[in-house]
Write a protein of this length. Sequence first.
Length: 146
Amino acid sequence: MPNKRPEKLSIIIFSGDFDKIHYALVMASAAAAIDIPVTLFFTMGASRALLASPENAWQCLPGGAVTNTGETGGDINNKFKRRMVATFEELLQACVSLKVKFMVCDMGLRAMDLDVKALRNDVPFEAGGMVTFFNDAFSNGQMIFI
C-alpha cells in the first residue's frame, strides 16, 4: 500500500485561543519529528501568542474550548504540566529545534495593531502574506486551518 503521508503540512493558525494554538504546536512537532516539513502561519489573534512582552504573552490568551470558566492559557498550561502534557513552551521550543518554519502574517499583524518588532526573538519567523504562504506549500501537502 502506498504511503499516505502528506509531503508537507501547512497550518494556518487564525484562532487566538490557547487550546487551538497549543494543538497546532502538537501537530507541527509530531509531523516534524517524523520528517514531514511543517510551516506554521500565525495570523490575526494567533499572532499574540508570539509577542515578546509581557513575558510568555500566550499565558494571557483565552483558554478556548478546553474550559468555559474563563481560564487563561497560563491556567490551562499549568494543568497540562501537572498532568504531564507537553507545555506550550516545550512544544514551541521543540518546533524550533525540529526546524518547523514559522511565518507571521503582515496583514494579521496590522489588523491586530501589532508591530513585528514586538514578537519574540527566540522564534525564527518570516513575515509575509498569503502569497508567501501559498508559495511555501507543496502540491502534495496538507493544509489545515485552525
